[in-house]
Design a protein around this ligand. Structure first.
Ligand code: PFF
Length: 454
């Protein structure tokens, strides 16, 4: 069997649709609904959104195509796929460290992702019990503060989320998640539209739209530009091998370009809808757009508390958010799990338990960074802030650009042409973007952020 006809040890997706669903499940998550609104709020709105969108389409999509392609050609976990592809093309084995950086980033991200997903689980219950009906801003803010000030409660929900993640990972890729995501993403979409309809009835709707869509470049800092780029990588799940590992399970005949566009489009729509739902509520209630990670946990309960059937919609919304986080968390740990299975001969179940426990312990750092350790900071950043900054703004863009360089410069042209199977114009555009645009853009954004141009 020729090596590039090889399939993965872990099986293949049952269809193109299954891959799209799994990858969209990975992409759509807390990044869209929790993180996008709050960092947009912290970075002044419109200009940030515009840069974010540019990054999605000029860097995100071409890099996603490169990453899926490397995975499908490598057919292994990211570390061994990179090692194998480097060998195949006669380049240094050091490329395997790109895989390692991804595995590490996934582990770091999951450790805090699970804590935030835990907040969402707890909100399923609070919203469900009607706590927020008729509530005012002071009450919902106080509820959020009480939750984040209690390490034990946070640990409980974090543990529950890690547990459900590991259960699915232990079952392998084509298990329940494929099926769950199939109705989950459309349902989340519908619910976001309900939220947007509600937002339209509030007094802050026009101001909310203006905040998100009218760019005022004086409001964005050099670091804001870096964050917009980081968010583009984070939200698409690219640059760390999650999409590579999913690509490794992709049948040979599936179109990489088309699927990447579909995924990016779905992902971006969810984020934009979330913003359009949330900012009007912020302005109608005199809340602070830049209030940080608690933003949706304050604005959404307020909206649910004051709309018709709010308890029902609210509970459903948080349930869907937990599912969206769940289908992302699986992909965060899959690269590490696949590595352990392929290299150490351990079973999927053992690999899942071991890595789950390790991630859980590391997650305690994030739990405490909201309470006991909130004063422990480096460069004014808590443990959670450091992890988030390091992964989204540095590791993912760096990982993504190295993948682009590998795919654009080191892989043989025939190989990428064969994998992507695009028309000439589209292929050349892709190649130009990965060879020149992405490396130059990422470098400029990095240099800009460290103050070289100011
Ligand atoms: N894209 C996910 C989100 O937006 O919530 C987070 C994520 C998942 C990032 C998987 C990176 C990753 F590899």
């Amino acid at each position: 069997m020729a090596d590039n006809d090889r399939t993965s040890l872990h099986g293949l997706w049952t269809s193109r649709w299954a891959f799209i669903m799994a990858a969209t499940g990975s992409a759509v998550g807390l990044g869209n609904i929790w993180k996008f609104p709050y960092i947009t709020g912290e970075n002044g709105g419109g200009a940030f959104v515009l840069i974010y969108l540019l990054c999605i389409f000029l860097m995100g999509v071409p890099i996603m195509m490169a990453e899926v392609m490397l995975g499908r050609r490598g057919r292994r976990n990211p570390v061994d796929s990179m090692r194998h592809l480097a060998e195949e093309t006669g380049h240094s084995q050091l490329w395997r460290f790109l895989g390692w950086m991804g595995v590490t980033a996934g582990f770091f991200i999951l450790s805090y992702y699970s804590v935030i997903a835990g907040w969402a689980i707890s909100y399923v219950f609070t919203t469900g019990s009607g706590t927020f009906s008729g509530a005012d801003a002071a009450l919902v803010e106080q509820h959020f503060d009480t939750l984040t000030q209690s390490p034990l409660t946070l640990i409980l929900w974090h543990s529950l989320f890690m547990l459900i993640t590991m259960i699915v990972v232990a079952h392998g890729i084509e298990g329940g998640i494929e099926k769950a995501v199939r109705f989950l993403i459309p349902a989340l979409f519908v619910l976001l539209i309900v939220m947007v309809l509600y937002a339209m009835t509030t007094s802050g709707f026009a101001e909310g739209l203006r905040f998100m869509f009218s760019p005022d470049f004086s409001k964005i800092s050099t670091e804001g530009v870096l964050k917009a780029m980081g968010q583009a990588f984070f939200t698409l799940s690219i640059g760390m091998g999650a999409i590579m590992v999913y690509g490794a399970y992709l049948p040979k005949e599936t179109s990489i370009a088309q699927t990447s566009f579909i995924i990016a489009f779905a992902d971006t729509s969810v984020a934009v809808l979330a913003g359009v739902a949330i900012f009007p509520i912020v302005f109608s209630n005199g809340l602070e757009a830049g209030s940080g990670p608690g933003l949706i946990f304050v604005t959404l309960p307020l909206a649910f508390g004051n709309m018709a059937f709010g308890t029902f919609f609210g509970t459903l919304f948080f349930i869907l958010l937990v599912f969206a986080a769940w289908s992302s968390s699986i992909s965060l740990i899959e690269p590490a799990v696949a590595w352990l299975i392929e290299n150490k001969g351990v079973s999927r179940i053992k690999a899942s338990i071991a890595l789950g426990l390790l991630t859980w312990v590391f997650g305690l750092g994030t739990v405490f960074s909201f309470n006991e350790w909130s004063d422990v900071t480096v460069f004014d950043k808590t443990f959670f802030d450091v992890l988030d900054y390091l992964t989204s703004n540095i590791m993912l863009p760096l990982g993504g650009v190295l993948m682009a360089i590998f795919a654009g410069w080191l892989m043989k042209r025939e190989a990428s042409q064969d994998e992507l199977a695009l028309g000439r114009g589209a292929y050349l555009t892709w190649r130009f973007l990965v060879r020149f645009v992405t490396p130059v853009a990422v470098t400029l954004v990095f240099l800009n952020a460290i103050g070289v141009f100011s």
